[in-house]
Write a protein that binds this ligand. Structure first.
Ligand code: NAD
Length: 485
């Protein structure tokens, strides 16, 4: 059954390769399900290596003409794409809620956030400046230029089915690169709708292709094919490590946005109401399925009980249900495996002495719905301290002083986002400097924006997306040395 969209052309059950809507060579398909009730939404082609190779060849063929356009000419096309995304916000949000489960209001927000990357980078493409460096000899002149890397591959996750794509496609296309995208198997319809709008905006054939199907087969072609000069991946650290190894023989450039284990620190002098509001946004948005989700809430002794009580009161107001229903703030988890992991983390913590403050079990709605949960008296020996839960579980750890909080916060292989709530200016500077994280939210739980560099340290990845730094990742530096001047 097709979703009832104002613009039915946005619901595509074919791939977009070399400017043509197509099926798999062998006609096989994958079924896409609605996580809210498990019902089938439709199918997408199950492409393999041969079709992916064709998409790469088309990206390579399209590249010279695309890079030869002025940045202004590319920006005009991208601007059109941006406007079309916003004009179709309701349809895109509906498709996203149907395939991903997030509440419609959050899906609308993501559509706007996704569009913002296209707009921002369309403009930034005009500001790819080089350098003139004073020569090292009297008759020499040194000029540095920046050029598009070439054909790029992108592999994206299901938790933000649109924004994780535009955060890559925006800078790549603005810089003059071309791109072949493999969206997450669970959420291909948002990506295919985006391709339909790119086509409508006038993005030339081959500049942006979308391939769906076997992750392993498509991933193997995207990483092994020497024409692909760069891979940009957002997903788990486990898959990121594998792709990095696969890219090694052809020395591809890499951007990796991987997993996190974000600490969320509440100091004694924090505004507790603001901290609770921040914790709700950071922990329970997208039902706890964001890479920058607060994974460990570290709360200082003096405010521990008061914070737990206020957080429990706020969590009691959350409404679990189908994301299409008005007032729902917590959609389903993406699938049964995701629910198993949340359950496993809770069981492990309870067995080792944690105390249940709220929730703790599968929701009465069944399927992959889960109760928003809070655990107190959580300690570093529990699984939640080490692993990304990726679900609606807030574990509260206790700390005595600033040094202990920083030690606990940094005690992880990950380094994506960290948050802290505090009042003193000196403490704000000290703690910001001590946290080994690419992003630090200070007295806020919301940190994502197209104008700031997003990315992690340590096992959370390589490179940055968004801001002027985001476009650098799609550029090669060339140095011209002119002699005999
Ligand atoms: P995942 O690693 O399982 O999948 C990500 C993508 O990789 C999907 O498109 C998947 O189909 C593909 N994939 C899986 N195995 C592959 C293989 N062998 N070869 C090629 N492609 C393969 O991650 P997920 O479950 O979709 O997303 C959740 C993870 O993503 C979490 O760890 C989260 O922290 C992370 N994430 C990070 C960021 C960030 O910006 N750092 C943003 C969103 C999500």
């Amino acid at each position: 059954m097709s979703p009832s969209l104002a613009n039915p052309h946005l619901f595509r059950q074919q791939c977009y390769v070399a400017g043509i809507w197509c099926d798999a060579d062998d006609g096989t398909v994958l079924t896409v399900h609605n996580p809210a009730d498990g019902s089938p939404l439709g199918s997408v082609p199950r492409l393999g290596r041969a079709e992916t190779r064709r998409a790469i060849d088309a990206a390579n063929a399209a590249w010279p003409a695309w890079r030869a356009l002025t940045a202004g000419a590319r920006a005009r096309i991208l601007r059109k794409w941006f406007e079309l995304i916003l004009a179709n916000q309701e349809d895109l949000a509906l498709l996203m809620t149907l395939e991903q489960g997030k509440p419609l209001a959050e899906a609308r927000g993501e559509v706007a956030y996704a569009a913002s990357f296209i707009e921002w980078f369309a403009e930034e493409g005009k500001r790819i400046y080089g350098d003139v460096i004073p020569g090292h000899q009297g008759d020499k002149r040194i000029v540095v230029t920046k050029e598009p890397i070439g054909v790029c591959a992108a592999i994206t996750p299901w938790n933000f089915p649109l924004a994780m794509i535009t955060r890559k496609a925006g800078p790549a296309l603005a810089a003059g690169c071309t791109m072949v995208l493999k969206p997450a198997t669970q959420t291909p319809y948002s990506a295919l709708a985006l391709a339909a709008l790119a086509e409508q905006a006038g993005v030339p054939a081959g500049v942006f292709s979308v391939v769906t199907g076997s992750s392993a087969e498509i991933g193997a072609e995207l990483t092994e094919n020497p024409i692909v000069r760069k891979l940009s991946f957002t997903g788990s650290t486990e898959v990121g490590v594998k792709l990095m190894a696969q890219c090694a023989p052809t020395i591809k450039k890499l951007s990796l946005e991987l997993g996190g284990n974000a600490p969320f620190i509440v100091f004694d002098d924090a505004d507790l109401d603001a901290a609770v509001e921040g914790a709700l946004a950071s922990k329970y948005r997208n039902t706890g399925q964001t890479c920058v989700c607060a994974n460990r809430l570290l709360v200082q002794d003096g405010v521990y009980d008061a914070f737990a009580e206020k957080l429990a009161a706020a969590v009691a107001q959350l409404k679990v249900g189908n994301g299409l229903e008005p007032g729902v703030t917590q959609g389903p988890l993406i699938d049964g495996r995701a629910v198993d992991k949340v359950e496993e983390h809770i069981a492990d913590a309870l067995a080792k002495g944690a105390r249940l403050v709220a929730g703790g079990k599968r929701h009465a709605l069944g399927g992959s719905f889960f109760e928003p949960t809070i655990l107190a008296d959580v300690t570093p020996d529990m699984k939640v301290a080490r692993e990304e839960t990726f679900g609606p579980l807030a574990p509260l750890f206790r700390f005595r002083d600033e040094a202990e909080a920083i030690r606990m916060a940094n005690d992880t292989e990950f380094g994506l986002a960290a948050y802290f709530f505090a009042a003193g200016m000196n403490r704000v500077w000290r703690v910001s400097a001590a946290l080994e994280y690419g992003i630090v939210g200070i007295n806020t739980g919301l940190i994502s924006t197209e104008v700031a560099p997003f990315g992690g340290m340590k096992a959370s990845g390589l490179g940055r997306e968004g801001s002027k730094y985001g476009i650098e990742d799609y550029l090669e530096i060339k140095y011209l040395c002119m002699g005999g001047v």
